[in-house]
Design a protein around this ligand. Sequence first.
Ligand code: CUO
Length: 687
Amino acid sequence: MTNTDLKVLELLFQRPLEPAFTTRDNGKTVLELPDSFYTDRYKAESDQVGNRFSKNVDVRIPVQELASVPNLDFAKPLGPKKQFSLFNDQHRNIASELITLFMNAPNLRQFVSLSVFCKDRLNPMLFQYAYAVAIAHRKDTTEVPITNISQVFPSNFVEPSTLKDGRQEGSVFGESGDRVPVAIPRDYTASDIEDEHRLAYFREDIGVNSHHWHWHLVYPTTGPYEVVNKDRRGELFYYMHQQILARYNAERFCNNLKRIQPLANLHNEVFEGYFPKILSSVNNRTYPGRASGQLLKDVDREDTRITIDEILRWRNRIMDVIDQGYVEDTSGQRIPLDEVRGIDILGNMIEASPVLSVNMQLYGNLHNQGHNIISFAHDPDGRHLEEFGVMGDVTTAMRDPIFYRWHGFINTVFTKFKSLLNPYNAAQLGFEGVSVDYIEARIGKKGTTPNVLATYWQNSTVDLTAGLDFSSATNVLASFSHLQNAPFTYTFNVTNNGAKRTGTCRIFLCPKVDERNMALRLEDQRQMAIEMDKFTVDLVPGVNTIRRQSTESSVAIPFERSFRPVGANYQPQAADELARFRFCGCGWPQHLLLPKGTTQGMVFDLFVMISDYSQDSVEQPNTPNDACSTAYSFCGLKDKLYPDRRAMGFPFDRRLPNTYLNEMVDAFGNMARTDLRIQYTDRTIVK
Ligand code: CUO
């Protein structure tokens, strides 16, 4: 790839609403477009407009003429100011066609031209989504970093007045030292009268929401088959969302709230209201809210039609096939729901992916249409001309308390399937001759109390400049406070009574008691177990000491990866640093790796298991390793198989032979547990 092509592709993530001919990179760079690229509004004045923006820039990059001009009529139904939803069939089909168009561009230069041409002619949310999917999947764009969505469309992530203040600060002070980051308030969507508001710090976290967007970007439901069909994609849809629920449940217990109540009955009032108070980037209107006690209704709008009855019919069919043990494809062929493929088939069918569902006509579009019916509850027939609420959009859905109840319901369907499988047996759980004799987690290295971890608030700064259109500000910084945990180290002593061998170290955190302070049985506890880390270990004969930093976790990515500053100035030069910098957006935010705990200290079970690698290993294709695929438990590995042959969530995804966790740990030498206390302090440190 030439540097210029890379640069243009990176620039297209900036200022998503501004025409492609305006300057980018703080006014330093301009794209020189062929005349034919100007839209009708600017065509007559293309010379004048182009000249105006190419003055005083350091870099001018000419864009090549298109070999064949695409017909973009397919995208017409999604006008420039409409909200774009991945859950909407029509929008998804449009996105799929656009992704296909981008993927089929014959070479890099033409992909650049096509992207520039399309940018000014399509709905900006649609463009940014399909464009990012293409960048993530084209073989010739692996080196292009995908700008975090919260930086491309900041208004979808932060309280709106922040952006106004930030622009003001940026245009008055420029990059001088007098400029201060504007503070994004933490507590603006509800008051303490609303109990659910205690979890706002989790639901409205920028890292949580951008992770969710990025996950759906890496795992789209539609598009070319080779883009959609990834190894164990359906299973990962189940598992990644199941883990979000497990984490949310633990967070609820820390905040004295009972566990998630799945939204099983769609005819009941939805008790939880939610008023997001964020702006949609494309039309500058706030996302609609939902009053407490809202009834869900059939949706009958121009581009979305769905009835509650239809959703219930799909649910019943799916429950029936789980009992039956097989699904039927479109030719009537029976496909067994076995313990290896069953969950993957169900995941793709329930989400649902039109490309991968075994039979969309029969099993429907359960999860996506649930998002739609909830997101239009405030205006189901469109009479008030309101767009969908936050549940209609993967960038914002996790802000709403109802997200966890809807996914809680979806999860009960998967759980039903898992509960019908045989419990794991000793041959699957054990690892003969390997015993874990010691387990601890400790802040820092020495001198601290083992198994006491700490959480607190931290103020961090994000650069929102990339997404601020039509602003003279060169740099807009915003600070927000988020939960943080003191980094810690796990230490395990493992005795290997055999020859040198390999194992997989699996670390989980499980709530010990329920909302009534009653000890949780393993059957409940396993469904709330939070995966903390998973990695391969080589065991020499005798005693092995395994140390692992919390920051190395296979589920999380560090703050800096999620929110790196955007623009050429910030791009690292060294090759290894540059490699780490790419494609880094998918992964749970490191700052929420631990649940909040309580001021008195909340006790969890810290569990570790060393499993037999001969049952875990996967024969990987010989594709290059991607330096950014560090959160592989949640996001998989780019262009590779999921790096663990066991079912995702193993050993907690299925029933287990014991009633309590300590009984299981006593029965299997390759497992260990300890009490772990998470102590929360209400203080904020500034980074
Ligand atoms: Cu991620 Cu429902 O799948 O939001």
